[in-house]
Ligand binder design. Structure first.
Ligand SMILES: *Cc1c(COP(=O)(O)O)cnc(C)c1O
Length: 368
């Protein structure tokens, strides 16, 4: 059994995919071919925002968003303590200071009460200027954007949505990657919408930021190709990846239905026996991960392993516990620290069968 079965996915769309990839090979337009602009338009329509700017990966997408918002040295940016490293790494890479905020143990997303506390702590006890919140749609579920919007607009903070895991989720019918002033995603193969290598995208309704982002992703280019008006990155999406993503996007609606079926089935079988994920009313998840919480994690993981069932710990260390951030001297957040000890992610993908789900669940529940 595979944790995320990309072979079954390829088999399900092989003819279309082979044709799309061979077309790119034959065209020779490997950089900024027509499939890139075509994909950007499709993604902007899907998400429901004005601009989509594709780029090389989800980490660059965050870096570019921070650059477009002129975030740098002397600035504080709030980010969950429980997330993938890139959410916080990019803040430090542009020279700003990441401030780690605790998360909600039901949704795994940023805890607004702790965000409020950390904000006033920075105002009162540091010389840093608070500039932005990077909210993460962890494991596929959008963060609490209703409250985040209130909080950020009241304090003139930018809201960045790190939707690397959230693409395809929604709140009250509105799609993920539309909730930030600038939102970002990743097309890393194992993400909800993945390509066949690295890829990423940035979303915004703001015309000025969109223009700036298009410049920043190609060496800070101006209107004249050989007059660079600012420093930027080399961060384009390959034409081949754009072609792959156009095929995958056609199947994405069906895949979302399938992962939601898998999640529902897991929850039916596991509820009351282990802590299962909580999806609040009005929210939908794209199920980048199905993550349970168990006190005896090593034991459960060993039992699964003995039955050849892969499982993963996302994440065994919080941001404040990362060696790279030790010099910041921030205390680990209590809920994030507890989660790092108890979370376990189970196989999750659209091609998992009911039989497989039942087998996995039985090995979690049965304590022989
Ligand atoms: C994967 C991921 C990223 C980075 O995306 P890459 O494409 O791997 O650079 C950023 N944030 C989160 C939450 C992620 O899961």
């Amino acid at each position: 059994m595979q944790f995320r079965d990309l072979h079954r996915q390829y088999e399900a769309m092989k003819a279309e995919m082979d044709e799309a990839m061979l077309n790119v090979a034959a065209s020779g337009a490997f950089i900024m071919g027509p499939q890139v602009a075509g994909l950007e338009q499709l993604l902007a329509e899907y998400v429901g925002v004005k601009h989509c700017i594709s780029c090389a990966n989800g980490t660059d997408a965050l870096t570019l968003a921070l650059m477009a918002l002129h975030i740098g040295p002397g600035h504080a940016v709030f980010v969950p303590d429980f997330t993938f490293f890139a959410s916080a790494e990019t803040i430090a890479m542009v020279g700003a200071t990441p401030i780690f905020v605790d998360v909600d143990e039901d949704t795994y997303n940023i805890d607004i009460a702790d965000l409020n506390e950390k904000y006033y702590d920075i105002i009162e006890n540091s010389s840093l200027i608070p500039k932005a919140v990077v909210a993460v749609d962890l494991f596929g579920q959008p963060a609490n954007y209703k409250r985040l919007h209130e909080f950020c607009s009241g304090l003139a903070l930018h809201l960045i949505e790190d939707g690397a895991q959230g693409f395809g989720g929604s709140i009250d019918g509105r799609r993920a990657c539309s909730f930030g002033d600038i939102s970002t995603t990743s097309f890393f193969p194992a993400k909800p919408l993945g390509c066949y290598g690295d890829g990423g995208a940035i979303f915004t309704d703001n015309d000025e930021w969109a223009t700036l982002l298009r410049s920043l992703r190609v060496h800070g280019k101006g209107t004249d190709k050989y007059d660079n008006v600012r420093l930027g990155l080399n961060s384009r999406l390959d034409t081949l990846q754009a072609a792959v993503l156009q095929v995958k996007l056609r199947h994405f609606g069906d895949e979302l239905k399938a992962v939601n079926h898998v999640a529902q089935k897991y929850t039916e079988l596991l509820q009351g026996k282990v802590k299962t994920p909580v999806v609040p009313e009005g929210y939908t998840s794209s199920w980048a991960q199905y993550t349970i919480q168990v006190e005896n994690r090593d034991e459960v993981q060993a039992r699964l392993k003995a039955a050849s069932i892969p499982s993963m710990v996302y994440y065994p260390r919080t941001m404040s516990q990362q060696t790279a951030f030790a010099e910041l001297g921030q205390q680990p957040c209590p809920a994030a620290s507890r989660l790092s000890q108890t979370v376990l992610s189970l196989p999750m993908h659209p091609y998992l069968t009911d039989n497989e789900i039942e087998t996995i669940a039985s090995h979690i529940i049965n304590h022989n």
